[in-house]
Write a protein that binds this ligand. Structure first.
Ligand code: ADP
Ligand code: ZN
Length: 738
């Protein structure tokens, strides 16, 4: 039995003979745990004590009660959860919980999410002697005679009687009152868009053919679909899913973020009707439960959703699509850690399905896999109707600085473009890829950022200690007074956030109606959707925001996209910073000029010759890949090594530091053959979070197996030495090491 808590181990309980007959793996069960009763999941059933369980008969506790007769986890999901738990070193109970709709576990007291029931009434056939009935009762019977059944509330209204009348009829055996589940439909209030039917371009038809052929094989097969933005990938996904359905199989599509594209959900409803179930975290609990239930009992055979939808209990899976496969939102950033894209690949393997990863800017890992033949590469190099890409231009902010003799947030080029765009009655998007918790330092004169001597990443400014630190290896140094590269004294801390930018633009352009979109303003979905709708209706002239603006939207009147600064993103202390910046700029360039009018993209930077920017402006993925893959190889980063990170956290700084040093000692001890490279401990980039101190270590190895062996052995050793493993998180394949 597994418990939905951060503990790796499973627990053994005794069942009564009756319970044993009904118990099934994957079902929920109530058991005494500590002093409480909690809900767990049966992972396996044994007639005898399993090997390795070191308990006497007396020590085994009795289970309290079974919750499900029909298991909530299908055998496929149980098997997939086992893989996730094993591969990502995540507690199996937490993984199983993540596969289920939230709120499905009964808390010790109170209610939990379940089907929403409504009372219905119908006539009950009877041969008994007719009984004496009142006028009111007769009215009820008359109304019911016209329906097979009727909701109680509707009946009371139509017959104009109180509930007592119906219950007296029930007592007489003339009517029957029963409960029926009513569906909470997340799309109930959205109208469906009429399904457009295009003739596929020949390039699209070829790609679709390859995918459908693979689905027909009914064996595992993986594709990487590399298609520029607007090349018609979504159309292919929809047709491939329809093909899978037509062959009696189910289909699943994972998307990074569904709330951003309400239009897309409507399009799906028009194609698949009630066959489609939607999974994402901004649905209400009841809606999520009902959608999950419809999948579990086979009513819905198409699943669209974010990360956790990969665990949807669809049967007979034929196809999985992972749209925008490079997106880091596929990675769950808290325990249980898993990457939904990689889990989708494994699920497809286990269930003999076809999997299609799609992107305009594939992740380095996926493209590497395509090059090495692990995935078949499909390409759509042209936009539909040969619509041109908006030209992107780099603005060298070093020159702007020299010209003005002082730092400027906006170049004249960008300001002019904003004004001209507005004069033409067109709209603009201003983007900032700044995640703002720690600053780094930059020379305004030459563009130099201060790098770690060991790790080839930017050092991060820590305000409290007034030093710059490497978050990989803990190298630290004082803040230089002059630039180490050019000797000038124009060192500064990079730091404007979206809020400040919005304020400045409002002052500079009082005539423009400006709205801001970022994580702070999107906390409320309604506000966010309203801003997007207003922008779409032309009630707003300019949107200012973070990278969430770069994706998915289609605003035909947007002809200018300005990126205020990409430098914060380029200099993040993360080996993926160049890749992320390349992806961002490429996606952004796809936003401008979607309609008939030509668009332009302006990118302000102090690194005008950075390869990520150069290739993004040229829309040259292959060029970027070839440079980036060398960097990864030379500096031993994925996909050439397996990466693991260990985070030690807790409220007591001394203890966290000691525990992480102890962990380092044990890692070194088990790493005798030097098969792993171990870095740290160093303070994590978020050195204090929610009142806890955080230290991190990094492990790199050419062999994933060795990496795990070393990590597991060291964790066991520190645990034996009294370190509480609840304060230690091991992350395999971290997407970000920030
Ligand atoms: P992607 O997912 O690659 O960005 P989409 O599938 O959204 O591209 O297609 C871009 C645009 O082209 C959409 O407006 C879509 O409706 C349209 N489109 C797709 N395929 C065709 C086609 N074969 N003929 C005409 N229009 C198409
Ligand atoms: Zn370093």
């Amino acid at each position: 039995m597994a418990v939905p808590l951060h503990v790796a181990q499973t627990f053994t309980y005794r069942l009564t003979p009756e319970q044993s007959k009904q118990a099934k793996a994957g079902a929920r069960i109530k058991v005494p745990f500590g002093r409480k009763l909690i809900t767990g999941y049966i992972v396996s059933l044994h007639d005898e004590l399993p090997a390795g369980v070191d308990l006497t008969e007396e020590e085994i506790k009795d289970a309290a009660s079974l919750i499900d007769l029909e298991p909530v986890c299908t055998p496929e999901i149980l098997q997939l959860a086992r893989w996730v738990a094993e591969y990502y070193a995540s507690p199996i109970g937490e993984v199983l919980k993540a596969t289920l709709p939230p709120g499905i576990n009964p808390p010790p007291q109170g209610t939990f999410v379940k089907a929403k029931l409504r009372r219905f009434v119908r006539l009950k056939p009877t041969d008994a002697e007719p009984k004496k009935i009142t006028d009111k009762q007769q009215r009820v019977l008359d109304v019911l005679a016209q329906h097979t059944s009727l909701a109680l509330q509707a009946l009371l209204k139509e017959a104009d009687v109180g509930a007592a009348t119906v219950s007296s009829l029930e007592k007489k055996g003339l009517v029957e009152i029963f409960d029926e589940a009513v569906r909470r439909d997340p799309l109930a209030h959205t109208s469906s868009l009429p399904a457009e039917e295009f003739t596929l371009t020949s390039a699209q038809a070829e790609v679709l053919d390859s995918i459908v052929q693979q689905v027909d094989e009914e064996t595992y097969g993986a594709f990487l679909l590399h298609g520029v933005t607007g090349s018609g990938k979504t159309e292919i996904y929809i047709r491939a899913m329809r093909a899978a359905l037509a062959r009696g199989r189910s289909a699943m599509m994972l998307v990074p973020e569904i709330a951003l594209t309400p239009v897309f959900s409507r399009r799906l409803r028009s194609h698949f009707g009630d066959q489609v179930a939607i999974f994402h975290s901004s649905l209400q609990r009841g809606e999520r439960f009902d959608e999950w239930t419809r999948v579990r009992n086979g009513e819905a055979r198409v699943v669209i959703g974010t990360r956790s939808a990969v665990f949807a209990p669809v049967q007979n899976l034929g196809l999985i699509v992972v749209d925008e496969e490079h997106e880091s939102t596929y990675r769950q950033q808290e325990s249980p850690y898993y990457n939904a894209r990689d889990t989708a690949i494994v699920r497809a393997q286990k269930e003999s399905a076809t999997v299609v990863l799609g992107s305009a800017t594939p992740s380095l890992e996926s493209f590497h896999n395509a090059r090495s033949g692990k995935y078949q590469l499909l390409k759509l190099p042209e936009r539909i109707a040969a619509r041109p890409m908006a030209p992107a231009r780099i603005i060298d902010m070093r020159a702007v600085f020299v010209r003005h003799g002082k730092p400027r947030v906006f170049s004249d080029e960008l300001l002019d473009a904003i004004q001209q765009t507005h004069d033409r009655g067109e709209q603009s998007i201003i983007l900032l890829n700044r995640r703002g918790y720690s600053s780094f330092i930059l020379c305004r004169s030459c563009g130099e950022t201060v790098q770690c001597p060991n790790c080839d990443v930017t050092l991060t400014y820590h305000r409290s200690e007034r030093v710059i630190i490497c978050h990989y290896c803990n190298h630290r140094q004082a803040i230089p007074k002059v630039c180490p590269a050019c000797g000038k004294k124009y060192i500064y801390y990079v730091g404007e956030g979206t809020e400040q930018i919005e304020e400045m633009l409002t002052q500079l352009f009082p005539a423009l109606r400006v709205a801001r979109i970022d994580r702070d303003t999107t906390a409320r979905r309604s506000v966010f959707e309203q801003s997007l709708a207003d922008f779409s209706d032309g009630k707003i002239d300019m949107l200012v925001g973070t990278q969430m603006l770069a994706k998915g939207h289609d605003f035909p009147n947007v002809t200018l996209v300005g990126v205020v600064s990409v430098d914060a993103g380029l200099a993040l202390p993360d080996f993926r910073s160049a890749e992320r910046t390349f992806q961002l700029i490429t996606q952004v360039a796809g936003r401008a000029g979607r309609g008939d009018r030509p668009g332009q993209v302006l990118i302000q930077t102090y690194h005008p010759y950075h390869y990520a920017l150069r290739h993004a402006c040229a829309q040259d993925y292959d060029g970027f890949y070839n440079e980036e893959i060398h960097y990864r190889q030379n500096h031993s980063y994925p996909p050439f090594v397996a990466l693991g990170s260990v985070l030690v956290h807790g409220p007591d700084l001394a203890r966290v530091r000691n525990d992480s040093l102890e962990l380092r000692k044990q890692l070194d001890a088990v790493n005798e053959q030097r098969r792993c490279r171990i870095l740290g401990p160093a303070p994590a980039p978020l050195a204090r979070l929610k009142g806890e101190h955080r230290f991190q270590l990094l492990l790199k190895s050419r062999s994933r197996r060795h990496l795990r062996e070393v990590a597991d052995a060291a964790l066991k050793a520190v645990s034996d030495n009294g370190v509480n493993l609840r304060s230690v998180n091991l992350e395999i394949d971290p997407v970000s090491i920030m």
